[in-house]
Write a protein that binds this ligand. Sequence first.
Ligand code: AKG
Length: 300
Amino acid sequence: MTTYAKTVVTPDQINFYNENGYILFEKLIDEETLDALRVETDRVVAEAAELTEHNAQYDLEDSHSVSDPRVRRLKSPSSNWPFFWDLVKYQPVLDVVEALIGTDIRLQNDKLNMKSAQFGAAVEWHQDWPFYPHTNDDLLSAGILLDDCYEENGPLLVIPGSHKRPIYDHHADGFFSGAVDPDNFDWDMNTDPVALEGPAGSVSFHHVRIMHGSALNTSDRMRRLLLNGYAAADAWPIMGLGKMSLDDYNAKICHGNPVLQPRQTGVPPYLPLPAAPLQGSIYENQKALKNRFFDTYKKS
Ligand SMILES: O=C(O)CCC(=O)C(=O)O
């Protein structure tokens, strides 16, 4: 097993994260692991070629066909392919997560968003919190860049400091839509968004309440982003464990120990109910948003 030097996270970096709700570590993933991640991703994507509809492992672009296969997302990769569970426990990333949310850490969710060259789908502005409210908000997502990612590739955009604002309305026509209507934006699109961009192997960390989204990938290069969502083990999901047994839930602990006593803080609750009419992924949930922002967005 490879051993890694502990990632140093300085008090200034922790303060930056606490103030802004995000931080980026350039090239945190070593070259060997990054190569292995790309090889495994290519292998898994190739297995989807014959699919004709979404399933529990793959979310497909609207334009997907057997003759022109287009995977939009790998769903819960760590549950479906063992390589990705090993990566959830990759120590240099967990060192940062530990510095930001504490020692006892559970994997909350994970996905690999593909954003392929020339057609990769946009993700409308949203906070992650309304999708999975917890008893406290010590949750974040680590975004591992598989490819160099810059403005033309549709990087993740965040609104610094928005994790301290109220929870925005994520409903449309009375149902959860997982997206914020642009008429409700109270930030300046010309100056406020920050792009989490950098060379392949860089890792961004964003708070569960930060406002974020991303534009289409109109470039001729892929933008693949593995998002591993981590939670402090004492943050308990308000929506319950779903179909998971307690043993399965605790098997998601990737650092430290399970905690049975929830820590309750005064975070604003928000329920993703009534459920979005279109289920399966954020892309499907967000189809209910009629007033779409990124369909016509061009950075000025
Ligand atoms: O892939 C992206 O750019 C954004 C993804 C995201 O925010 C999500 O899947 O919740």
